[in-house]
Design a protein around this ligand. Sequence first.
Ligand code: DAH
Length: 347
Amino acid sequence: MENDLQNLEAEIGSALAAVADTPALEAVRIKYFAKSGLITSLMEKVGQAPKEQRPVLGKQVNEFKGRVNAAFEEKKSALESKAEAAGVDETLPGRPVPAGSLHPIYAARDRAIAIFRRLGFSLAEGPDVETEHYNFDALNTPADHPARNEGDTFYLADQSLRLAADGDRDRRGRLLLRTQTSPVQIRVLEKATPPVRIIAPGRCYRRDEIDATHGIAFHQMEGLVVAEGVSLAEMKGTMELFFRELLGHDLKFRFRPHFFPFTEPSFEVDASRPGNLVKGKEWLEICGCGMVHPKVLQNAGIDPEKYTGFAFGFGIERIAMMLHHVNDLRLFTEGDARFLRQLSPAV
Ligand code: DAH
């Protein structure tokens, strides 16, 4: 019995020593000091001891209780004065910390990235502030192309700005905010030796009238595959597989001949699906693509006799609108948390 008391006292002593806050103290109280705690069960043992031992035992137990109770009270007041000194009332409920979440545009981007990663694509990036060379010339865009107008493209008022890293060394043409992610094609090809298989998501800028489907800053995802013997069939298969994974396996496609200066032949991809992707529209234009123009390969120092490739580009806002059945792009940037919360659950 005496041993039991000693052991328990040592145990309580180290439990109290380890207590650092009120909840921990409460746990110690419940384990040892409460009605159903270990001290009470020890007291019950005293009651069961032979009659002649009880007076001695009782005295020991009372002294034991005196000591452990005092130790408990001492710890309690030490904690209280610590909290007071820190100006903290530990009995108040905590303040909720709002958890952030990924913006739906970026969540859509990440879904697209995940699919392309499974198809063996890696990520590439380029700067938002570009040169005319990368954004237009190297992409085989003629000097009189309408997209180059000051009415369509944001040229930087301060042309003395220095570009990050190597972009500044061979700066050609005026500085502008990139109108598409396509310049990343050139930046990647200049550095890499094929095979190249990349996607490049990023922000783009255009001097558009803002409406339900146009913003002046938006996101695109560019794709580029260059290797020996890359065919149009591979392009078509890649596009179909990607969009079916993203938007539904019942998607139908239409590859409409189109014109882009940096691809030949070029296509616009329309998709359609039973029940429609967007209300009231059977076919929706979702992507531009084509076989990389030999001049583009040449401009980036790649031999077009040896290598072929395909490229594609699509708007991420448009994807997010389809994924969430949102019909006005502006909702994404108004910052109304009630709207955003519905589309991206807290992480
Ligand atoms: N850059 C084009 C645009 O902004 C989209 C695009 C079309 C990208 C065809 C490509 C492509 O890589 O091959 O409209």
